[in-house]
Design a protein around this ligand. Sequence first.
Ligand code: AMP
Ligand code: GLY
Length: 434
Amino acid sequence: MKILVLGSGGREHAIIRALQRDPDVREIHAAPGNAGIALDVPVHPVDATDATDATVLAGELEADLVVIGPEAPLAAGVSDALHQAGFTVFGPSKAAAELEASKSFAKDVMAQAGVPTAAARTCATAAEAEAALDEFGAPYVVKDDGLAAGKGVVVTADRAEALAHARSCFGVGGTVVIEEFLDGPEVSLFVISDGTNAIPLVPAQDFKRIGDGDSGPNTGGMGAYTPLDWLPAGFTEEVMQRVARPVIATMADRGTPFAGVLYCGLALTSRGLKVIEFNVRFGDPETQAVLARLRSPLGRFLMDAATGCLARVPELQWSDEYAVDVVVAAAGYPEAPVKGGALTGVEAAEALEGVSVLHAGTGTGPDGGLVASGGRVLAVVGLGEDLAQARTSAYAGVAEISLAGSQHRTDIGLLAERGEIVVPGAAGTEGKVR
Ligand code: AMP
Ligand code: GLY
């Protein structure tokens, strides 16, 4: 198989590393990729959101499968264009990608499918926003209705701040979704679908805020780990039954079948399982941890998903190891990341036992060395026999990395390692939640 991966982030680097472990995958290309991906596979300077350029490249390469990593090309219809040109594509149509691109669309589908989620109001004016804020009360949750790279959501106890965020979204002609606050820990579960059948990967937990202890603004994600020992038994099957299968069936009934990754962003609340959001692609940085544990061949699996053949896929095999990844972000991220800083220590980190480094915002500087070229610069993945060991590996890798002013969280997986994550409402659990 010859596979073209579209995208340039840590998620795409993780996908490429997993594809490299699949003996059926003969050749991998990436577009546009990044400086780290370019060390692993040939990269092509093509904008992944440009349907024409992506299609021409797939043709030149005679790609057997095109894997679309990020949401922007999906929302722009790159999957549809490639399909029309006769390519096999892993990644949903533009119509199905609305599940991520529009929060109000996702709420409609959830209502139709009977999927548990936060009660919500879509608001177009400040007066509507004020009414919704007062209906739900604090803490307030205000979401930009469109794509915002994980940064369009404000959760705050401050009504004025909530209203100011809503106004800033109206300012650019948009709407906002205001919804009830969901208490309880969050989980990301990626479900692979071919439009009809669905297979879950292993659950992971992401850390959205920039700072330790979940302080500061939301980011695209600052780290992740898997597996989650604290999940109630039967968790994945419950998500499949109550969330993933009903949504996939509803999307098919609406004439817009969903094929690709249905990323279920979930909260385990005092009122049970609730969907926070859907994404229509692998999560970043959860993928870096999840795929580090995948033992089954990824290329064959994605090909089967892209061709409607998931029913024949044997049960996925996973390593028993724990995986933790820690994102190293540039100074100023998420508001105004500083680009161009010299980045060193990647090789030293990768030389450590159980450590790998996946690049995101990296480029090549004038002297040929690595430089930061984006907000999230790289993710250091650590593997270990338990969470403590995986964390130790990941942070040993992070300690080797040097980038002036860089930021990383020191508490990825820490509460889980200490056994301090509490699922509200579960028997005998009171007190601390995250
Ligand atoms: P989203 O872009 O919808 O994933 O939201 C980003 C982050 O905001 C989520 O991962 C949560 O941490 C937080 N968030 C979103 N919706 C809610 C909610 N209804 N209640 C509590 N936190 C939320
Ligand atoms: N980890 C959050 C996301 O991929 O949207």
